[in-house]
Structure formats: structure tokens, C-alpha cells
Design a protein around this ligand. Sequence first.
Ligand code: 6PG
Length: 240
Amino acid sequence: MRSEQTLTAPNASALSLQVAEWLITRLASSSGRRSIALSGGSTPLALFRCLARPEQARRIDWQHLHIFWSDERWVPYTDARSNYGAAYESLLRHVPIPSHNIHPVPTEHSPEHAAKDYARTLQAFYGSPNLDPAQPLFDAVLLGIGADGHTASLFPGQEAPAAMEQWAMAARPEGQLPRVTLTVPVLNSTAALAFLVTGQQKRDIVARVRKGEAGLPASRIDPTGDLVWFLDHAAAGSVH
Ligand code: 6PG
């Protein structure tokens, strides 16, 4: 039976430690090969730095953990806006994770080409092109929410993926970098999904998404496993 929880903390730093401990516990509760999908943006950076600290890092079985991304901006990995680059610099280069366990979204050719490529990578990892709710693709997915209700790189008003079974797609949000994003069914294929949101400026959108407001991509997130809201008090408002 899946659960939905809301955990709050006074500030982003305390929240990051809470998320790190939650993730460590989740990963320790399963055996064999494990996989997580990381979101981009600025909020998870404090979490990544926390996971890189010895007192957290030594409790993760990096040899059996595979890292994917919920989305990526169309920039070189060395660009400060790269989600992979940010995770590598703040976490992955500091921990003993085998390089073949790290699966960044490719950023060659075109976002459309990269989306097809990444879908193939995910399907090869999963072992099938068809997601089975009883066998989630990820052990955990970490997502942020933008002030407009986007999550990953699924933006309001964006056309739905061409085919429902599309695992990844190109996104070209108005006035922003082109991106590649996992689609909703793939993000939902997880044993646990955590929204990590901080700051007063997100309070309104958090409340709207939690009410399931239509038209907000974050409202379409409905994981097969557990859903956890990690909110600092500023983003949580009256929730905490
Ligand atoms: C991205 C993210 C995106 C992010 C939200 C929140 O690549 O931008 O995946 O979905 O999670 O925009 O970003 P902040 O954490 O910077 O507020």
C-alpha cells in the first residue's frame, strides 16, 4: 500500500539532511541493483553536498547504485547550468560510485535525438520497453517544482508526448534552454518519489499542486510507490 507523507524542516539545510537520511534508509531497505533519478535546479544542491559528506556517503552502497536524471538542459556537461555537471561537482566526484553507474542524459545531436537515446538507455536498464507497476523502474525519484508548476522539464501548456509510451521527450519551453525530460509515466515508475521544495516563493504553487490543480505538470505526478513532500517551513506555509 503506497503512502503519502509531508515532512517539514525549519530551513533548506535541515531539510537536506532529512532528505539524505530518508534516501539512505530507502536505499538500504532494498538489495541488489538500485537506481535513483535526480532532478536539476538549485534546491537539490544542498542535498547533494550533504550526501557527499563521509557520515552520509559511507552508508550508501555506491557499487550497486545507478544514477539517472529526471531532465537535463541542452548545454555541455561543463556548463554551470548542466544538471549532470552540478550533481557531478557537488556529489558524484566525491563518492566511490563506478562511472558506468552514472547515466547522464546525452547532449549531442538534438534534444529529440537525445530523448530517444536516453529512452533506450532506460529501457535497456529496465529490461523491457513496457513499464510494469509491480516492478518500478526507480527506487527513488527526487523532483523539484518550479513556480509555474513545472517539474522535471514538463512545463504547463507543453504538448503531451507524441506517444503515451514515450519514456523521454524534448522540451522547448518559451524563453528557456531546450531540454530533455522523462515523461510522467516514467517518473511515476518508482518505489518512492520525493518532492523537495523550499522558499516562500514556492508556497503558493506547492498548495496548488497538493490540491491537484489541473494544468500543472507537477499535479500529474502520481508515483506507483510512496510519495513524500519535503518542504521547508517557508514553502510549507500552513501545512507544517
Ligand atoms: C531543472 C529541474 C526543474 C527544477 C525546478 C525547481 O532542470 O530545472 O529539473 O524541474 O526542479 O525548476 O528548480 P529550483 O530548485 O532551482 O527552484
